[in-house]
Design a protein around this ligand. Sequence first.
Ligand code: HEM
Length: 149
Amino acid sequence: MPRLSCYFIRAALIYLALGALLGGLILSAKGAPSTLGWAWQFLPAHIQLVIGGWLIQLSLGVAYWILPRRDGTGDRGRPAAAWLCFAALNVGVAGAAILLALRAVLQAAWLDALLGLAALGQVLALAAFAWHAWPRVAPVLTQARPSAH
Ligand code: HEM
């Protein structure tokens, strides 16, 4: 498995653990609304962690690994763009999750502006991954085989 896929998948597992922790807390709040009612403030952070941090990151990590390589040398297209994707996605997802959690206790315009930047980081990450993957997703021309008879 390529090193970048390892990083993607390990990071995804960490986000799943963090997301499940917040999800468990929110679930517990259903049983104990008077003591744990505050946990609902972490719902947006939970969704960010499990969708952006877990689901999307896991798919990208596996895709980097299994999409067809371009030739016999194992060329993976544009690896620099895939590394940029990894960096921008993690800064974007971790930043957004922290800011969304902070927003529960703090209302400020700068917080919203930073949240916008974190979202832009995630968009940049997806665009960079598409740029990397595009040349790897091409039809392979196969020669017609002569018929058996
Ligand atoms: C792993 C353990 C998880 C736990 C304990 C958990 C728990 C929860 C709870 C209690 C809620 C609030 C439900 C409600 O509004 O009544 C919630 C919402 C949500 N969770 Fe999770 N969750 C987990 C994993 C995931 C995963 C893996 C995903 C996505 C792949 C996910 C996506 C969502 C979404 C999108 C919502 C918002 C649903 C809505 O508002 O209608 N969760 N979760």
